[in-house]
Design a protein around this ligand. Structure first.
Ligand SMILES: [Zn+2]
Ligand SMILES: [Zn+2]
Length: 338
């Protein structure tokens, strides 16, 4: 079978490897769709594990199950989480699933024709795709689950004013989810095409990030934002966030600038205003369940975000499209189509 081995963003090699045979408690799935995630192209984050087969936003079909697997059978349409928390440790019991220290097994990457699903992920990480969801739509389960988690950590409520900074894939999902909750949504980006998309996807106001965002916010909203979600690694956005947050508000780092770009927090200015600074990374099982429900019911529609579908042999181009970001929102790789 073919796999795409990622060495860095400019060096992704298609390789032929033996198709794995599932053990008694494992199963083999055929990858029908696998999304390129914004985090797949972040080299400082991915390089420590390179070379590796990336891809964790999967829509797949079960093709072979081990003799002891009774929950799934060939033909089942599934999403498999890239890893699962133990649900039993201190952190899991506190709901901090993404930091569970007992995660030992990861799903092999989805930029491959087939994936061998390890036992723990057959048991706890596999979800049947609802009838209403296509394989392509299934690739949004994981990214939407991360968005669900960030908004629930921030305690987002109806009527609040949200400022979403960065209108790539995750920024747009944040816009859609916040609108479904009845929030007033401002969105910023430097790219006009992305701003137009944010508007189309429900943002009430779109603001050019190179302008005076805090002034525009005051003019249109009468006060600053209750919650700011950073979906860009731009330091300029972080600097704007400190100026745009209202008293009692929360700033959520959904994306971070990266290790070479230290951030100075104006703590003295924030101190008397009860402003929270949060981070949100990955998702947990309850977020996955909620994301699936949002997609299944059509509360969050994702079809219009898919801009490219490419066979595995074009994965290098897919990465370039995702990195460039001017004409792509969601790039989906279709490994079973060659
Ligand atoms: Zn992702
Ligand atoms: Zn745990």
């Amino acid at each position: 079978m073919k796999v795409a081995v990622w060495h860095n963003n400019r060096d992704i090699r298609l390789e032929e490897v033996p198709r794995p045979k599932p053990g008694p408690k494992e199963m083999l799935i055929k990858v029908v769709s696998c999304g390129i995630c914004g985090s797949d192209i972040v080299e400082w984050y991915r390089l420590p594990r390179a070379p590796l087969v990336q891809g964790h936003e999967i829509g797949a079909e079960v093709v072979e199950v081990g003799e002891s697997v009774t929950s799934y059978e060939p033909g089942d349409r599934v999403f498999v989480a890239p890893k699962v928390p133990c649900l039993d440790c201190h952190y899991c019991r506190e709901g901090h699933y993404p930091v569970c220290p007992n995660v030992k097994v990861r799903l092999p990457g989805g930029f491959a024709e087939f994936i061998l699903v390890p036992e723990v992920l057959v048991d706890k990480g596999t979800y049947r795709l609802p009838e209403a969801l296509s394989y392509d739509q299934g690739t949004f389960i994981e990214p939407l689950a991360c968005v669900v988690r960030a908004q629930s950590l921030a305690g987002i409520k109806k009527g609040q004013t949200l400022l979403i900074m960065g209108c790539g894939m995750s920024g747009l999902l944040h816009v859609k989810l916040a609108k479904s909750k009845g929030c007033r949504v401002f969105a910023t980006d430097l790219n006009q095409a992305r701003l137009d998309l944010a508007k189309k996807n429900g943002a009430d106001w779109i603001l050019d990030a190179s302008g005076e965002v805090s002034e525009r916010l005051m003019t249109e909203n009468g006060r600053k934002a209750d919650v700011i979600i950073l979906c860009t690694s731009a330091l300029s956005a972080v600097a704007q966030a400190w100026k745009c947050i209202d008293k009692g508000g929360a700033i959520v780092f959904f994306a971070v600038p990266g290790p070479e770009k230290p951030v100075t927090v104006p703590l003295n200015d924030l101190w008397m205003q009860e402003i929270r600074i949060l981070t949100s990374y990955y998702c947990g099982p309850p977020d996955i369940v909620e994301a699936m429900a949002l997609l299944k019911t059509g509360t969050i529609e994702v079809e219009d975000m898919i801009t490219h579908r490419l066979p595995l042999r074009d994965i290098a181009r897919g990465f370039q499209l995702a990195i460039d970001g001017r004409e792509s929102i969601k790039v989906i790789i279709k490994p079973s189509e060659g």
